[in-house]
Design a protein around this ligand. Structure first.
Ligand code: ADP
Ligand code: MG
Length: 698
């Protein structure tokens, strides 16, 4: 009989229930303490946990184990070892020690280090993160780990993420103690990432070099119908897609990933999946797994799942909304407007801290979502603009205005209230469309960072957010720590007001897609970092290096190495795109045009000689296609030559700009002609499927 969902849920996870069940009481307690207080795991505890974990894993069909980690590329990495240990008499036993659980030594030399390891040790090690549970996938026990060099440099995304969560917890707890919440001992950040994706037919995918090599189409004319009718959004799921989603949900549930919402998105063939939120590091692990499993399950259903930010030009791309909040160990969401005046004050302090943090580090927020793929979305009237701003909604904005102007706040029932002395209303999220244009929106009891591309790890943006908010909270603390108790309430309110006055330029409730906003944002002095090469420079700006180093998130060398990796990855992506487009043009598109024009020319000759027909339309079509052919050949040659120039350039920063300014422009120019030509060719001429076939025939 099929398992019920509660039975299925988490059945492949070494979760609290299994631990309680399998571990001796004292060991279980010691492990819980480690998890809750983030303390060191003793070797005897580790040994005992390892035995239980192995037993459970083997019972559930596992033969191997792996330290699973998140290198700086955005993917996840793993190296599998089997549990078997020969006993010397031709037999084996299944073994797994505490040492193997706690620490692994993958051969790190093939992971990007941005020059880090050259200056330090050649090898790195992985260390178990006991706050993220182990799980079984593909007959392997997966142990979530952090990846460091022997001298302690982070070589992954997990380590700085954990550091940033620690920094925020430290500063937020200090602030809460000051505000009288003495029972709070830690604060964790929570994240719920909404994931968008496309599904296309596997057989069609296999025929397109661009999708295979770059994840996006580099050529392709829009079908007669795109997304203008908006009939796909929340429309009925097609049976094949529904079957996929059901299978996907089950796979995710087994791994304890709380997949909750699924629906179609705006574009044809586009869908979304959202889990229930979790502690940030768990949410990050889960999102990485979700992306992987989306692809795997797609394959079983004859689909390919595209996670690229812009698979189809002219059709909405895919993003990821990072819903974010802070929550105390006593279960209080710090971005929940209060039910008592004291809770109000607390809400306003943390709200002000987020506003200041986003304003002070808007450039870093932009850096945290920068990639070649996401450049196609940000500022293209489908995703938030490249300018970071905050949406508060009408009601909360009225509260903020009242604070700024020392006025009473009038709620919708027209009851005047003194802020701080009374209870704030609960702010419901603004569901109007313009809300969608904001990069960073308050949605009731959390903020939603909407600039993320669909394929990136959510670690990066959360590292920035956590650290920036930690920094502002520490500044707040410095200003308040010596204030006498009797005066505290007043001083806190003065600080909130002062912060709002200083940072209100970042608040914008209007339509972010308009040119007026771009001009207005410039007047306000906000950043508008349009492309990845432009944005990346901000990563190494003095104020940002200071932020990261002072909170011990990254050392200066770690920042330099990450900057280099981001630049390199941008250049490599465009390099592959340029080579792929050149090869599609030379080997597929131009030959197709040539074959068709040959046919056309022969047909004209024949008709003229047999019946002396004028063939006016045919001749016109032949001439215009051949003119386009000449132009496209020329432009393809230029693309190839420019790509060769790029290959000889050394300065990585200059190279990134060269790819952006020259190579991308070459590619756009070729495409603009080719896409027009495509609409003039008979459907059977192209050796690969069109947009129409890929987007509408599933
Ligand atoms: P939307 O209308 O944008 O889909 P939802 O209310 O459905 O908004 O929530 C979207 C995501 O936000 C979900 O993953 C949800 O679990 C998450 N979320 C809700 N509350 C919080 C919170 N306090 N912290 C982080 N994420 C949260
Ligand atoms: Mg959303």
């Amino acid at each position: 009989m099929a398992k019920s969902i509660p039975e299925l849920y988490g059945s492949l996870v070494f979760n609290d229930r299994v631990m309680k069940d399998k571990l001796p009481k004292d060991i279980y307690k010691a492990l819980r303490k480690t998890i809750e207080n983030n303390t060191h795991l003793e070797l005897d505890v580790a040994n005992s946990v390892a035995v239980a974990m192995k037993e459970w894993a083997v019972e559930n069909g596992a033969t191997h184990f792996t330290h699973w980690f998140q290198p700086m590329t955005g993917f996840t990495a793993e190296k599998h070892d089997s549990f078997i240990s020969p006993t010397g008499d031709g037999e084996v036993i299944m073994e797994f020690s505490g040492k193997e659980l706690v620490k692994g030594e993958p051969d790190a030399s093939s992971f990007p280090s941005g020059g880090l390891r050259a200056t330090f040790e050649a090898r790195g090690y992985t260390a178990w993160d006991p706050t993220s549970p182990a799980f079984i996938k593909d007959k392997t026990l997966y142990i979530p780990t952090a990846f460091c060099s022997y001298s302690g440099e982070a070589l992954d995304k997990k380590t700085p993420l954990l550091r940033s969560m620690e920094a925020l917890s430290h500063e937020a707890t200090k602030m809460l103690h000051l505000l009288g919440q003495k029972d709070v001992t830690s604060v964790s950040t929570t994240v719920g990432p909404e994931q968008e994706y496309f599904l296309i037919d596997k057989e069609m995918f296999k025929l397109r070099k661009d999708l295979i090599f770059t994840g996006r189409t580099l050529l392709g004319a829009l079908p007669p119908k795109g997304q203008e009718m908006e009939d796909h959004y929340f429309g009925a799921l097609k049976p094949r897609v529904a079957a996929y989603m059901q299978d996907l949900d089950e796979e995710l549930w087994k791994l304890g990933i709380p997949a909750k919402t699924k629906h179609n998105e705006v574009a044809p063939a586009q869908h979304e999946l959202a889990p229930v939120f979790d502690t940030t590091n768990v949410a990050v692990d889960h999102n990485q797994l979700t992306m992987e499993i989306m692809k795997k399950v797609a394959d079983r259903h004859g689909f390919v799942c595209l996670l690229h930010e812009k698979p189809f030009d002219g059709i909405n791309g895919s993003g990821k909304h990072n819903n974010w909040s802070m929550s105390t160990n006593t279960g209080v969401n710090l971005l929940e407007p209060g039910k008592t005046p004291a809770e109000n004050t607390q809400f306003l302090v943390f709200l002000a801290a987020v506003i200041a943090a986003v304003d002070d580090y808007a450039d870093l927020m932009r850096v945290s979502v920068a990639s070649a793929g996401n450049d196609h979305r940000l500022g293209a009237n489908e995703a938030p603009p490249a300018i970071v701003s905050i949406f508060l909604g009408d009601e909360l904005s009225a509260v903020v205005d009242a604070i700024e102007q020392d006025k009473l706040f009038q709620n919708q029932q027209q009851v005047a209230m003194e802020i701080g002395a009374t209870v704030l209303p609960h702010f419901f999220k603004d569901t109007t469309d313009r809300n969608r244009t904001s990069p960073f929106a308050f949605t009731g009891n959390k903020f939603e960072f909407r600039m993320l591309g669909s394929s990136i790890s959510v670690a990066g943006p959360n590292i920035v957010l956590n650290t920036a908010v930690a920094e502002v909270l520490s500044q707040f603390y410095e200003k308040l720590k010596d204030v006498p108790e009797a005066d505290l309430q007043n001083k806190v309110h003065a600080l909130v007001k002062e912060t709002i006055v200083a940072h209100k330029r970042i608040i914008f409730n209007g339509n972010g897609y308009t040119d007026e906003w771009v001009a207005e944002a410039e007047k306000r002095g906000l950043y508008n970092l349009k492309s990845t090469p432009e944005a990346l420079a901000a990563f190494v700006a003095d104020k940002n290096v200071k932020l990261f180093t002072s909170h011990k998130i990254f050392s200066e060398t770690e920042i330099q190495s990450r900057h280099e990796i981001l630049l390199e990855s941008y250049c490599k992506t465009l390099h592959i795109e340029a080579k792929t487009l050149a090869s599609m043009m030379t080997q597929e598109f131009l030959p197709a045009v040539m074959r068709y024009t040959d046919e056309l020319a022969a047909s004209i000759m024949e008709k003229k000689s047999v019946a002396n027909l004028p063939c006016t339309a045919q001749t016109k079509s032949l001439t215009s296609l051949m003119e386009a052919y000449e132009k496209m050949s020329e432009l393809t040659d230029k693309l190839v030559a420019d790509t060769e120039t790029a290959e000889s350039m050394e300065d990585m920063e200059k190279l990134a700009f060269f790819y952006h300014d020259t190579i991308l422009a070459d590619m756009d120019e070729i495409r603009s002609i080719a896409d027009k030509v495509e609409t003039k060719l008979p459907t059977d001429v192209l050796p690969y499927p069109t947009y129409e076939e890929m987007l509408f025939y599933v």
